[in-house]
Design a protein around this ligand. Structure first.
Ligand code: SF4
Length: 254
């Protein structure tokens, strides 16, 4: 593990200043171990790319290319079960692999603005003004409706991924003031039989305050943390910052 950007002085300055903008991946790592979060996002230590990360990147690039109208030899790369879902989406001219950024009050801002508090990357995002008339798939309103899709490689884990849909919903409501609902889901692109699960947020009036409260609660501890204490666990075996892997953390679980 090599240090890439920040000196320890910079890291300390960052520690004592305003918290970093959060994202779902940052929150997930903070929940695993605050020290891991510190090494990765504050010290910005480099970590080697795992085979799973490389696979995820490859698939996202393929899907991006196809969603933009390009031809891809999907049969070799993914199961064709995804195509009946992905192919019609191209007609809606989705926003692809886009990062959205929000202030603390969820008003949109620039991705690298000084006042950014939360960043959300979406693999596919589009708005349906009404239910498509000619479609094999059933669309449930109310409309206008934002659709947000996340591609996942690897195992099917709805219990782990469902929460993320709440963030897509909150972000979509914030990004498009006129929408009345958000239909968001995960496509498991490595699997043939169960390629997707979806969640419908169908009442903007109720959803927005509920989701705002939810994310305020989930991120409160992380955003207030200035000590980033290690919480050794079985996950230390895979942590690139463990001293066993050449990293700086001597608190790794045995
Ligand atoms: S090795 Fe374990 S305790 Fe140390 S940073 Fe990684 S997860 Fe945290």
């Amino acid at each position: 593990v090599k240090k890439r950007v920040a000196s320890s002085a910079t890291a300390l300055a960052q520690k004592s200043s305003a918290p970093l903008a959060w994202s779902y991946s940052r929150l997930s790592i903070y929940r695993e171990c605050a020290k891991k979060f510190y090494y990765k996002f504050i010290e910005k230590l480099e970590e080697p790319q795992s085979p799973a990360m490389a696979r995820g990147q490859e698939m996202h690039e393929l899907f991006e290319h196809y969603s933009r109208g390009g031809a891809v030899e999907f049969q070799e790369a993914i199961h064709t079960a995804c195509l009946p879902w992905l192919e019609p989406v191209r007609a809606f001219k989705p926003i692809i692999e886009e990062g959205f950024a929000f202030r603390r009050d969820w008003t949109p801002t620039e991705y690298f603005a000084r006042d950014v508090a939360c960043r959300v990357k979406m693999d596919l995002f589009y708005v349906l003004e009404d239910a498509p008339k000619k479609s094999e798939h059933k669309y449930v309103g109310p409309f206008p409706q934002a659709i947000v899709i996340d591609y996942k490689t690897g195992k099917i884990k709805p219990e782990e991924h469902e929460e993320q849909l709440k963030l897509y919903a909150r972000a979509a409501y914030a990004q498009r003031q006129g929408i009345k609902s958000v239909h968001t889901g995960v496509w498991y692109v490595d699997h043939e039989k169960t390629p997707r699960f979806m969640a419908l947020f169908k009442d903007r009036t109720k959803d927005v305050p509920q989701l705002t409260r939810y994310w305020d609660g989930q991120t409160k501890k992380m955003l207030a943390d200035r000590t980033f204490k290690a919480t050794p666990s079985s996950r230390c075996s895979w942590c690139p910052f463990s001293y066993k892997k050449g990293g700086p953390c001597k608190q790794a679980a045995a």
